[in-house]
Design a binder for this molecule. Structure first.
Ligand code: SAM
Ligand code: SF4
Ligand code: F3S
Length: 453
């Protein structure tokens, strides 16, 4: 059925191919979906463009994790009214996590007449049908139906020629009380190990140097297939693939970060020596109310096990400031943990109320001013930790995958080390996409500097 609509679209546009612009917001899983939407549009004969002003079709692939993410998209959709007035044949579609909420789909239909269709995260294979209907002049189209397996099969048009994201599972079962993701992405669905291994093999053969495995909780990969320890097994299978490449993954839920996983990281040469372990809060009481299912003590046991193997091991985390009724004492507990763990980087967010989640029903006496003040304090403490932390790399050799030319220093390039640290050193664009060995000469609070060996 799906192919019929692709064929129909191709027939309708064969003489005047459509230019398509796709913009993704939010996490890497959504960006990966955006690459699949591009792949689908290309298979329909569309020409991809990076210029929305030049496009005949615009798809905004949205994120709903925080209110400001949604506001941003509404702002952009609002500004597209002008584009549509200039080009009435322009087709505007909205996909991604925002649309998986019925009230948002309704709001778009009611308040943004410039939008032609809305498609949910699990109904992306309906895009050919929705686009064909638009070409035939049909008004607003919606498909936010439940899951199909589009995301597992479509060939991606990748944004990078050397870094590839590979989703290993979709959805989330954890229902952290603040989080909208399980509502908009559904329950966990894991891909088969052999499919992932064969995709990674092809990517490595095609010259990809970094493979980023993606899932909302990669540690529970395979649970739905009835397999135990499936994620460490997958890492070991990927590590055996021949070639010069690095394997990264995110995110790891601390409740499922087992010793087996940590041992695997240390034993697999190609697996990066870095772990992103989202803490969210240092207070066990807040963690309980967040339904995170670990305590601060349990989290620290995991950190201690990692650091017993390598005291310098690089850790990063996510933190939420101002969860409903977070007290000064709770916040101080978060500061205590970040001082103890000494993360190389933190990603911190002020709590955002998401309608439909359990936390949205909780009383919250903490004012916005207090939340903002805590956020500033957290960032200040982390800035000091990072600049002190990064000094441990001075004098060491780091292997760096070069990403781009530096925007801060002329004549320099920038890349990420195995430990996920930003490294800048003198070099030119011919190094982009290559590994380089770099001796670290200086440290700042956001990156280290070095010279190529
Ligand atoms: N699955 C990942 C995990 O559990 O670590 C995280 C996925 S979520 C897309 C990324 C981060 O957004 C979370 O780790 C959390 O810190 C933050 N986040 C999620 N919901 C939020 C909310 N309602 N308000 C503020 N931050 C939120
Ligand atoms: Fe959201 Fe929690 Fe699932 Fe992460 S594990 S996506 S924070 S519900
Ligand atoms: Fe946002 Fe959806 Fe990812 S809500 S963070 S794009 S899974």
């Amino acid at each position: 059925m799906k192919n019929n609509y692709i064929e129909e679209f191709v027939k309708m546009t064969v003489d005047t191919p459509k230019k398509a612009y796709v913009r993704s917001f939010g996490c890497q899983l959504n960006i990966s979906d955006g690459e699949k939407i591009k792949g689908l549009l290309k298979s329909m004969g569309c020409i991809l463009t990076d210029d929305e002003n030049d496009a005949d079709i615009i798809i905004l692939n949205t994120c709903a994790v925080r209110e400001n993410a949604e506001d941003r998209v509404f702002g952009i959709v609002g500004s597209m009214k002008k584009l549509k007035e200039l080009k009435p044949s322009l087709i505007i579609g909205i996909s991604g996590c925002m649309t998986a909420q019925e009230h948002i789909a309704e709001k778009i239909k009611k308040s943004y007449p410039q939008v032609d269709f809305v498609v949910g995260t699990s109904a992306l294979s309906s895009i050919p049908r929705l686009l064909s209907e638009c070409l035939k002049g049909q008004k607003f189209g919606v498909d936010i139906s439940e899951y199909d397996d589009f995301s597992q099969e479509t060939v991606q048009v990748r944004d990078s020629s050397f870094k590839a994201s590979v989703p290993i599972m979709f959805g989330c079962n954890n229902f952290c009380t603040y989080c909208i993701v399980p509502y908009v992405r559904g329950r966990e669905r894991s891909r088969r190990q052999e499919d992932i291994v064969s995709e990674v093999k092809k990517l490595v053969q095609n010259g990809y140097k970094e493979i980023m495995l993606l899932g909302q909780n990669v540690n529970s990969y395979g649970n739905d297939l009835g397999e135990k320890n499936a994620f460490p097994k997958l890492l070991r299978a990927l590590d055996r693939i021949e070639g010069d490449f690095i394997i990264r993954f995110m995110s790891s839920h601390p409740k499922d970060a087992t010793k087996e996983l940590i041992d695997t990281i240390f034993e697999c040469d190609k697996v990066a020596k870095h772990l992103h372990l989202p803490l969210q809060s240092g207070s066990s009481d807040v963690l309980h109310r967040m339904n995170r299912r670990y305590t601060a003590e349990k989290y620290l046991e995991t950190v201690d096990y990692i650091r017993s193997k390598d005291p310098d091991f690089s850790l990063t985390t996510d933190l939420i400031v101002g969860f409903p009724n977070e007290t000064d004492k709770d916040f101080d507990a978060t500061l205590d943990i970040i001082k103890r763990v000494k993360y190389d980087n933190i990603y911190s967010f002020i709590y955002s109320k998401r309608s439909g989640t359990r936390a949205a029903e909780m009383d919250d006496a903490t004012t916005d001013d207090v939340k903002s003040q805590r956020m500033r304090q957290l960032l200040e403490v982390q800035r000091e930790i990072s600049s002190e932390n990064y000094r441990r790399f001075v004098g060491r050799k780091m292997r760096v995958l070069v990403d781009d030319i530096s925007k801060k220093r002329e004549g320099y390039v920038t890349g990420k080390s195995n430990e996920f640290i930003i490294v800048e050193f003198e070099g030119d664009k011919s190094l982009i996409g290559q590994f380089a060995d770099v001796e670290i000469t200086d440290a700042m609070n956001w990156a280290v500097l070095g010279r190529m060996i």
